[in-house]
Design a protein around this ligand. Structure first.
Ligand code: ATP
Ligand code: FE2
Length: 357
């Protein structure tokens, strides 16, 4: 049988992305345009306008990069869940239009699951626990009994939105995550240099590492397998407004605190499921300090650690295309009718029956 080529459309939030991949897992294109704002958050109507305006250009450029024509595409997939209605609707519309006009089979996929599946394709992870840390989502996901189960998650906001809100409050702009990372790294380096004092080492009978800067006391909110960031955000804003702490030391402490929370629940999920792999997904997973903390935890318990490249950690069309192939090939090549190609803004990861595993 001729190799199947899938074109996947991602529009759950700020990204309009198109990925093109073959059924053997060969990546042909992963192209996107993202909606950004100077200040403030996403305005749904502007998001709709953005995605509608860039759709043609992203489609044409993705096909050009892949070196294929629309007539070569054997499957269209689109992210039908979860996400913002105004964004999801554009992807669903473009997918329906292409499927109808060019008579191409159509499937819908869940965005959170796609993050995990693209990690399995592009790393050596076989059956990992996924720490999915993005703007809107924070979930610990693993496969069990035909479903991707949520073993832990945020009880309020996603870790990325939390970092962005704090960054906005202290005047760093959007997206705040990378800016917080940069300030935290500089702070840690400066403090390390200050602390290189030979006397520290002479007295170090307990082998304490004096090169690690002190942390500001912050609420550490792990509840069972879940995490929460709302109270911490309020506390941080109050601390910043009190003028007693520098931006840099707050950024350092906030990263150490929230990443420790994420590592703790990830480790507990690994122990609970008996799996021995941790995979990262989501925009916050681009953070080098989070990666380092996860790597250390995995090394200490003899688990394997996997992190794909940044362009597939953040929202992207490639993961939607690859999940489309998995869902189509392993479900008797069943597709959906155009009139049934709906969106499910609130669908949860564990509502999807995984036919391909
Ligand atoms: P989803 O729809 O999956 O929830 P999303 O729409 O929030 O995802 P992503 O691209 O996965 O989009 O993630 C964006 C988030 O990642 C933003 O909150 C951003 O601040 C954060 N982020 C990006 N890079 C870093 C970094 N280096 N450190 C911390 N956070 C980061
Ligand atoms: Fe995402």
């Amino acid at each position: 049988m001729k190799e199947l080529i899938c074109l996947g459309i991602e529009t759950t939030a700020h990204t309009f992305g198109i990925g093109i991949v073959t059924s053997k897992g060969k990546v042909l294109a992963n192209y996107k345009k993202a909606y950004t704002t100077e200040k403030g958050g996403i305005i749904p109507y502007h998001l709709f306008e953005h995605h509608t305006n860039v759709a043609t250009e992203v489609l044409e450029d993705a096909l050009k990069i892949a070196g294929v024509k629309i007539q070569d595409i054997g499957l269209i997939s689109y992210s039908n869940a979860p996400g913002l209605g105004n964004a999801l609707r554009v992807g669903a519309f473009v997918a329906r239009y292409l499927a109808g006009k060019y008579k191409i089979p159509l499937v819908g996929v869940n965005h959170c699951i796609a993050h995990l599946e693209i990690g399995r394709l592009l790393t050596n992870a076989k059956d990992p626990v996924l720490l999915y840390a993005s703007g809107a989502n924070t979930q610990i996901i693993a496969y069990e009994g035909k479903k991707y189960r949520i073993f832990g998650e945020t009880l309020d906001i996603g870790v990325g939105n939390f970092l962005d809100s704090f960054a906005r409050h202290i005047g760093l702009g959007f997206p705040g995550g990378p800016k917080i990372e940069e300030l935290a790294r500089k702070y840690a380096e400066n403090e390390k240099n200050k602390n290189i004092n030979i006397d520290n080492y002479k007295e170090d009978k307990n082998n304490i590492n004096h090169n690690v800067p002190d942390l500001i006391d912050l609420p550490y909110s792990v509840k069972g397998m879940d995490v929460a960031f709302g109270g911490l955000l309020t506390n941080l804003k109050q601390k910043f407004d009190s003028d007693k702490f520098s931006k840099e030391e707050l950024c350092y402490s906030v990263q150490e605190t929230v990443f420790a929370m994420l590592v703790e629940v990830s480790e507990r999920a690994i122990a609970h499921t008996g799996k021995n792999e941790l995979l990262l997904g989501g925009g916050v997973a681009c953070n080098k300090r989070l990666q380092e903390m996860c790597r250390i935890m995995c090394e200490e318990r003899g688990a394997k650690f996997f992190v794909p490249a940044n362009d597939v950690l953040v929202d992207n069309g490639l993961m939607i295309a690859w999940n489309g192939i998995l869902a189509f090939k392993n479900n008797g090549y069943k597709c959906i009718k155009i009139e049934n190609a709906d969106i499910k803004p609130y669908e949860r990861t564990d509502e999807v029956v995984v036919k391909w595993r």
